[in-house]
Design a protein around this ligand. Sequence first.
Ligand code: NIG
Ligand code: FE
Length: 416
Amino acid sequence: MPDTSPTHPSPHTRRQGGPVPPADGGSTLITDIGSLVTNNPDLGAGPLGLLTDAALVLDGGEVAWVGPAADAPAADRRVDAEGRAVIPGFVDSHSHLVFAGDRTAEFNARMSGRPYTAGGIRSTVVATRLADDDTLSANLTTYLTEMLRQGTTTVETKSGYGLTVEEEARALRIAAAHTDEVTYLGAHVVAPEYADDPAGYVDLVTGPMLDACAPHARWVDVFCEQGAFDGDQARAILTAGAARGLIPRVHANQLTEGPGVQLAVELDAASADHCTHLTDADVAALADGTTVATLLPGCEFSTRAVYPDARRLLDAGVTVALSTDCNPGSSFTSSMPFCVAVAVREMGMTPDEALWSATAGGAAALRRTDVGRLTPGAAADVVLLEAPSHVHLAYRPGVPLVRDVWQRGVRVPMAH
Ligand code: NIG
Ligand code: FE
């Protein structure tokens, strides 16, 4: 029976990471899967819970059944994977998608030798403030659609290019219309209006701006770095956010060693993101704590910087996630397959580890158990690859291997 599953009317209207959509009118069997990553070690081999000759049944936006193809129950429609690989949808737990303009010239200058300093954030702030709501929404949905077609079914995104009470709240309102994983990053850099009064800006971020933003966000973040916010300021901002029910996550140790990672662990942040410059004490703190280390290979690629050492973290027992950090300055890629390939080639990860970190690892960084794995009861976020194995994501870098995507059981219209 041909696949007649309903497709999204428009991926622009979908909620990335949102609630399960209304029942789509029946179940879908995906069978003859050559290699299936479940990320449930009880279901298959190794940490990926790998099954061969497998099948999946999707029903009501969830995975209803997983097992050997020969034992698969009947469903309302059937998709024959013809021996291809199936993986969980990617979970991109770190992006900055509410912005206007781009920074091509800055990238060009960097590739001619100029270093990345994060000073360019302020030029995106200027462009973002000038843009109307429709422009910001259209930009956001363009990148979410790009992500979805590359297999990303859950996305976190942040404010941080507004830096006034009204602009930060506006960015979060727009983000929250498209995803539940929304992060308040008023503390991205000190707003230009407060250049001579950083303490006054921290008061704003922890006071009126937090009041306006907290209702629209789940997370609070701070860029803890020289030239942005120091450890004391970061602590004040994260603590104030936590007191309003927001869960901390931290931009930590991106450009230099610093207090960010250990602060994240101390405050039980869900994630410390970047983790590029780490001391042994930072690694030990992550290994002893519950904070996930989220590595962002697109950032080092696009800033021509030294990559974080994933091997060191994994060998210490740290939970590692991979994300794009998609933003117009330091990492303008929306592609999780690209990040997987770079992490394997440049950061000491095995293809299996990188796949896990890009799916289950991202879910851990968002404290989600319903996404990032294909096990009964989990969200039916499924990626069918044009490949016999997930290893091809690293083995065939730059090749568009995402053939089909289901988000919450609904088939995504692809560009092809
Ligand atoms: O995660 N490091 C701070 N923020 C972003 C960069 C944002 C920008 O350059 O516009 C990041 O890399
Ligand atoms: Fe970032």
